[in-house]
Design a protein around this ligand. Structure first.
Ligand SMILES: Cc1cc2nc3c(=O)[nH]c(=O)nc-3n(C[C@H](O)[C@H](O)[C@H](O)COP(=O)(O)OP(=O)(O)OC[C@H]3O[C@@H](n4cnc5c(N)ncnc54)[C@H](O)[C@@H]3O)c2cc1C
Ligand SMILES: NC(=O)c1ccc[n+]([C@@H]2O[C@H](COP(=O)([O-])OP(=O)(O)OC[C@H]3O[C@@H](n4cnc5c(N)ncnc54)[C@H](O)[C@@H]3O)[C@@H](O)[C@H]2O)c1
Length: 460
């Protein structure tokens, strides 16, 4: 005899950056909520993504600055070394504290039950978690993604790291080979170089971080080369071979393999939608496995919504959280918020970091519109000079006919923070004149944003 399902008002699958907050809103509105998590509450951001990596980036920055101490007239009595066990312990504490806080919050939600286990649809209203069957009128998916591990030649014969397994590393890799040259790669490559590893980045495309403008890619390449990271670009046909406790990584244009003690795969992310039983619920996915949603995050099945990385509309913590806000506003607040209200924005946490809002220069050029550009290298930004951190630049793009701010990139110290003053103006739909007349605080990297907005030139 089949067990009767436990009935809830809603089921939320996945405790990433949208699920717990939605559980909080719905349970506060008096609904009974089943929240299901198969691994760690907090998902990627808290356990294997943003929080631990930024904690490690902070350790790497400290090591780097200590090595540069003499540049600032500060004398250290011996060479700078790192204690990888202490770095890992610090990183673990940051993650564990955040996860514990989240678990306590979930436990305090009235009417919310946390089920531990893998959830899979039995039918459009019923979900199985181990031996339990749960049923609800409305179901929300926040299942996130995982590192992509393509079937590259030899990959199954070697041991490799991903962003998840590298979290357990508490030794200094002798030579870390990072495959892929984009966001995840660059953050790990720079930090391990600063910890003291030899680091090689191998990227198939002709430049690093190919979704960014060419000037961003080339500046980051020169930053990395200055720090002693070896970068191979245009690396087609990569293959792997075990050589004792080392790995030989070969790619076509370079016949001599790179021999690494450790290999990190940073080759993109795939959504966790292949083992959810979506076909039993009738939920449509695209050819890459992302759940198809409309502008208010409803799937092809009207009582099922998908939030966060699994819907392919964003790949960041803030986009996942915004998905929760959109769903909650539509369901509870009679406020028709939608995904297309969102302006693309994110940061890359290399040092210096890249803060990005809106369109790249390449995207503006491609759009064919008449545009203006203002730019300045960090060597001409007082705060960067005072800090002795003059790598990078900032630039802003403006529609020549309407004065609309189209995009901004700040690659430089505090670039991840400074870009927000442009992002907020874009949300306010303020014309560039507002930025030109804003009086910013001296001395700051953001102080020069009004200046570059006053020095706009045609984008040719
Ligand atoms: C190394 C790295 C660094 C990053 N750095 C940044 C950054 O600095 N800034 C930024 O904005 N973003 C960053 N990101 C991206 C960010 O982590 C994600 O976009 C963010 O976590 C949003 O994820 P989510 O809410 O979609 O789901 P996730 O956080 O991935 O959570 C999904 C959860 O669902 C669970 N789950 C999956 N399937 C099932 C199932 N069938 N049953 C039960 N539970 C299930 C999973 O165990 C997981 O806990 C980074 C990512 C990585 C990998
Ligand atoms: N700071 C942040 O916000 C942050 C940090 C890290 C990750 N993330 C998120 O994680 C997502 C995934 O990041 P990612 O860097 O893993 O993926 P990505 O998709 O951005 O980049 C993958 C890279 O691997 C390269 N590649 C693919 N196959 C290859 C091969 N066979 N040999 C060599 N190179 C190959 C690609 O050309 C590409 O440059 C990002 O889109 C981002 O949203 C965000």
């Amino acid at each position: 005899m089949t067990a009767m399902p436990k009935k809830f008002d809603v089921i939320i699958i996945g405790c990433g950056q949208a699920g717990p907050s939605l559980a909080g809103r719905l349970s506060a509105a008096g609904m009974s909520v089943a929240l299901v998590e198969r691994k760690l509450v907090g998902g990627t951001c808290v356990n294997t993504g943003c929080m631990p990596t930024k904690a490690m980036v902070a350790s790497a920055y400290a090591a780097h600055l200590a090595r540069r101490a003499a540049d600032y007239g500060v004398m250290l009595s011996g060479p700078v070394g790192v204690d990888m066990k202490a770095i890992k312990a610090r990183k673990d504490k940051v993650s564990n504290d955040a996860r514990k806080g989240l678990e306590e919050w979930i436990a305090s939600m009235p009417g919310c039950t946390l089920f531990r286990g893998h959830a899979r649809f039995e039918d459009p209203h019923t979900v199985r978690v181990g031996e339990e069957l749960l049923a609800a009128d409305r179901i929300f998916l926040n299942v996130g993604g995982r590192a992509s591990v393509p079937e590259l030649p030899g990959i199954r014969d070697i041991s490799f790291l991903t962003n998840s397994s590298i979290m357990d590393v508490d030794i200094l890799p002798e030579h870390l080979v990072v495959v892929g040259g984009s966001y995840i790669s660059l953050e790990f490559a720079q930090m391990f170089r600063r910890f003291g590893s030899e680091v090689t980045v191998i990227e198939r495309a002709p430049r690093l971080i190919g979704r960014e403008d060419e000037d961003v890619s080339s500046t980051i390449l020169s930053m990395f080369e200055k720090e002693g990271v070896t970068v191979h670009l245009g690396a087609e046909d990569i293959s792997f071979e075990r050589q004792g406790d080392k790995t030989a990584v070969t790619f076509a244009h370079d016949k001599k393999p790179v021999i690494g003690s450790h290999v990190l795969l940073a080759l993109g992310r795939v959504p966790n939608t292949d083992d959810l039983g979506l076909d039993r619920a009738g939920v449509a996915v695209d050819k890459r496995g992302f759940i198809e949603v409309d502008d208010q995050l409803q799937t092809s099945v009207p009582h099922i919504w998908a939030m966060g990385d699994c819907n392919g509309k964003g790949a960041f913590t803030h986009t996942s959280y915004n998905d929760y806000e959109i769903v909650a506003a539509n369901l509870l607040d009679n406020d028709p918020r939608k995904v297309t209200d969102r302006i693309e924005a994110y940061a890359l946490y290399t040092d210096p970091p890249l803060g990005r809002a809106g369109m790249t220069e390449a995207a503006v050029r491609k759009s064919g519109r008449r545009a203006l550009i203002g730019q300045r290298p960090m060597t001409r930004v007082g705060r960067a000079v005072e800090k002795g951190e003059t790598q990078g630049f900032m630039k802003i793009l403006v529609d020549a006919d309407t004065g609309e701010i189209l995009g901004c990139s700040v690659l430089g110290p505090g670039g991840d923070e400074a870009v927000h003053c442009v992002l907020d103006l874009m949300y306010a739909k303020a014309p560039v004149k507002t930025l030109q007349r804003a009086v910013h605080i001296h001395p700051n990297v953001a102080e020069l944003l009004p200046t570059i907005a006053q020095e706009l030139k045609p984008l040719v």
